[in-house]
Design a protein around this ligand. Structure first.
Ligand SMILES: [Zn+2]
Length: 218
């Protein structure tokens, strides 16, 4: 997925992301604001508050502000809290006024979160809300509209990504068959499609016939 990077300069690591981190889950937020993802990240980087987050997502773009291997200050659970020290934070934009922009931002966030889950081999049980860590009513609009509804959106996107993999698998020969498959393609025995399909008697005879003509040309 396309992610725009506007990473905090290392000179500000002590304020924004002082600790190395190996993320263990995702923490979802709403910005409670009407700024775009670019502006949210630019503002986060510009000020000197101990407030930070890894990604902001609006209706059009995903913008990253903190590298994934650094912590961020977003969960309100203190300097040693699991949210702040192990959570990959994602802010969904335009939650203050809501409307179509927010709907679209949530959709893109669900896609992006599914992409991250697949990348890391995680399931939707790794998707947490800010509220889980500090009790804050965040992601406020996503919660109002239904948390389970949002998790279902993420799950649907994740299923679609996994389904796309299966289609690809079906069009790729197994590793043990790869050499023979490539040979048969090169020799014109098969056109190289549908490696996992079963064959009919006429297909088998056609392949034999092609091979025979190669070995005993007229
Ligand atoms: Zn939050």
């Amino acid at each position: 997925m396309k992610v725009i990077q506007n990473l905090v300069p290392t000179s500000k690591y002590n304020i924004k992301c002082p600790y190395p981190m190996t993320p263990e889950f995702i923490v979802v937020h709403n910005t409670a604001n009407d700024a775009s993802a670019r502006n949210e990240v630019a503002y986060m980087i510009r000020n000197d508050n101990k407030v930070s987050f890894h990604y902001a997502v609006d209706d059009k773009e995903i913008v990253q502000g903190i590298p994934e291997n650094r912590n961020a200050w977003h969960a309100g659970d203190g300097s040693n809290g699991p949210g702040n020290r192990k959570g990959l934070s994602i802010e969904i934009c335009y939650s203050k006024s809501g409307g179509q922009r927010f709907i679209e931002a949530e959709k893109l966030a669900a896609k992006f979160i599914a992409f991250k889950l697949k990348e890391k081999g995680w399931d939707t049980d790794r998707v947490k809300k800010h509220q889980d860590f500090s009790g804050k009513n965040c992601p406020h609009r996503t919660l109002d509209m239904g948390w389970q509804r949002f998790l279902n959106m993420v799950q649907a996107e994740l299923n679609a990504l996994k389904g796309a993999d299966k289609v690809e698998d079906k069009n790729t020969p197994s590793s043990w068959a790869k050499e023979a498959w490539e040979w048969a393609k090169k020799e014109g025995i098969t056109d190289g499609t549908r490696p996992k399909d079963t064959m009919t008697r006429e297909e088998m005879v056609t392949m034999l016939h092609r091979y025979h003509k190669k070995v005993f040309p007229k």
